[in-house]
Design a protein around this ligand. Structure first.
Ligand code: ATP
Ligand code: MG
Length: 561
């Protein structure tokens, strides 16, 4: 596996798929490009899907073609309307709109007719082997498979049995319809693959109308064909299904789209399979599909990710044919870039320590001007209240600091952001010896953070006025996994779930301008990182999620080494 790290130069050359698309347009093979995004509605979309969405919708946009949304709903036991809804919401949130929306289940009648057509032409047969027997007789990479004893049934018998399969005369799993291809093919997918199975399950759209369901391989290519997809883009694991895709189109004599495979996205410290994500949800390892620790689009959204950052990330990683493991830091770097440009700055104290200014006139409130976003002057300024009782961060004070500590310490001065210089005169402790309050004096001549006598103060710390502060809970997230990649690791993936992926801080203090923030609101807490107001917030208690830290602590670690 190769690595794409945050610092590597990312050039975005035209990927191999766009080259194919351009050639096909140039030579007149296609007048208009038609792509599709084909999720199975058996879970929420994740960041890997975003790669496929950006590719399929992106190509349609770029070449003035069209992209359909098609729900690949051929496995009724796992599919639900909730997923259908969330998938649409997530695609739109990412900034894309489909041309037409289809369900593979819309094609069940057509697929059935096509199956009958293959039976009539002697290319499909009803097989009475069980799933287990089919697996056992399939052969291996070195050995050919064994032909089913039912392989040479007459067309009439096959038509009769298939009709009865459809009519519900046989129990689940007792028969299948198989394509009659080649049990000795080097490609195992061509060894008489199953086209239909009997399964009594209520389908989220067709209800109990069908008790036989087509397999993915008998559905996907034909659905592409019906929709006149020009380029059917899928991930590499379907490469050796392509001969089958082609076989069905050819033997049915229908429009034949071109399937092209690209490498799926793998991200460090990230689980990326719906099956595992579902397990995390069902077993309560996370709070739901949209838990901000989840790599789902809804989780990323709730965490505070922007669609722009995700699209930029997909652009940077590009499209190629080699599986790689992309560093999560790259995704975070894209997010930081976008939030740095767009997120207003505010002050929030996560672990408060009381500061009393002994020379401040009791009860006096002064309004100070603060710049909303130094990266974007159009965002203007706001007024923040300053008083004689403040909160600062516990970490911004040390009683016995090491040499290069420039924050507040006994007898020394520090600058309060947008405010004054203060000096710490006295440390108040409780009986247990914990620091409970700092008694300080402020210098009235330093308002706005400048000293008229040119006195240098190195440290600037953030603060909030105690009387005006809003109480909040802040949720700090860490990687969900303890290992960058689970490939080749022993045991179950749950063994590598980080027990400290969520840290909840309950007595945080926010500047009052955040009183009117609505869920989804993103901002930078100065010096701390980017944060997003969570939907768990109530009128009494705001809840913020830490979206991402300000700097990449990992990059800093790397520099130290
Ligand atoms: P998972 O393996 O996570 O369950 P899936 O492939 O079964 O995903 P689908 O709903 O079938 O999920 O995927 C819809 C489309 O998204 C497919 O074209 C699939 O190839 C693509 N896709 C899924 N995961 C990734 C990924 N990690 N990177 C890129 N594309 C992906
Ligand atoms: Mg799938």
């Amino acid at each position: 596996m190769s690595n794409v790290s945050e610092n590597s130069e990312v050039v975005v050359p035209k990927d191999f798929i766009r080259k194919i698309v351009e050639e096909d347009l140039a030579c007149g093979k296609h007048q208009e490009i038609q792509t599709r995004f084909p999720p199975e509605p058996n879970g929420y979309l994740h960041i890997g899907h975003a790669k496929s969405i950006c590719l399929n919708f992106g190509i349609a946009q770029q070449y003035r073609g069209k992209c359909n949304l098609r729900f690949d709903d051929t496995n009724p036991s796992k599919e639900e309307d909730e997923y259908v809804e969330s998938i649409q919401e997530d695609i739109r949130w990412l900034g894309f709109e489909w041309d037409k929306k289809f369900f593979a289940s819309d094609y069940f009648d057509q697929l059935y007719e096509w199956a009958v057509q293959l039976i009539r032409s002697g290319k499909a047969y009803v097989c009475d082997l069980s799933a287990e027997e089919i697996r056992r007789t399939r052969g291996t990479l070195r050995e050919p498979g064994i032909e089913s004893p039912y392989r040479n049934r007459s067309v009439e018998e096959n038509l009769d049995l298939f009709t009865r399969m459809k009519n519900g005369e046989f129990p689940d799993g007792s028969h299948t319809l198989r394509a009659k291809i080649d049990m000795a093919s080097p490609n195992i997918n061509l060894r008489d693959p199953v086209m239909y199975r009997i399964m009594r399950a209520t389908h989220h759209r067709t209800g109990d109308r069908w008790c036989i369901y087509p397999m993915y391989d008998f559905t996907h290519g034909q659905s592409d064909s019906i929709e006149h997809i020009t380029h059917s883009l899928c991930t590499l694991e379907f490469e050796n299904h392509r001969p089958l895709y082609d076989w069905f189109c050819e033997n049915l004599g229908i429009y034949h789209p071109r399937q092209i495979e690209f490498a799926r996205l793998n991200l460090t410290y990230t689980v990326m399979s719906k099956r595992r994500l579902l397990q995390l949800v069902q077993e309560g390892h996370v709070r739901g599909w949209d838990d901000p620790r989840m790599p789902t689009i809804s989780g990323l959204r709730r965490r505070g990710y922007t669609p722009e950052a995700i699209r930029r990330f997909c652009e940077k990683i590009g499209i190629n044919k080699i599986e790689s493991l992309v560093d999560l830091q790259l995704l975070e770097a894209c997010l930081r870039d976008h939030l740095n440009a767009t997120a207003p700055r505010v002050m929030a104290v996560l672990k408060p320590l009381k500061v009393v200014l002994t020379n401040w006139e009791p009860g006096k409130v002064e309004m100070l001007e603060a710049v909303n976003n130094p990266e974007n002057p159009d965002d203007g300024t706001r007024q923040i209240p300053f008083t004689g009782e403040l909160y600062i961060e516990q970490d911004d004070f040390m009683e016995n600091p090491p040499k290069k500590y420039f924050r507040l310490q006994p007898g020394k001065e520090v600058r309060l952001r947008w405010g004054y210089y203060i000096r710490c005169d006295e440390v108040v402790k409780d009986d247990a010896g914990n620091i409970v309050e700092l008694r300080c004096t402020y210098d009235p001549a330093t308002r706005g953070g400048q000293s008229p006598d040119g006195r240098k103060v190195k440290g600037t710390i953030h603060w909030v006025s105690a009387a005006h502060a809003i109480d909040a809970e802040v949720r700090i997230y860490n990687n969900l996994l303890t290992e960058p990649s689970l490939n080749d690791l022993p045991g179950d993936f749950l063994d590598y779930i980080n027990p400290n992926s969520l840290e909840v801080l309950t007595h945080c203090k926010l500047e009052p301008s955040l009183a009117s923030a609505e869920p989804g609101f993103r901002c930078q807490f100065e010096r701390l990182g980017y944060f997003c107001l969570d939907s768990d917030s109530t009128p009494e208690q705001k809840v913020f999620n830490r979206t991402v830290t300000l700097k990449d602590s990992w990059a800093k670690e790397m520099k130290k080494q």
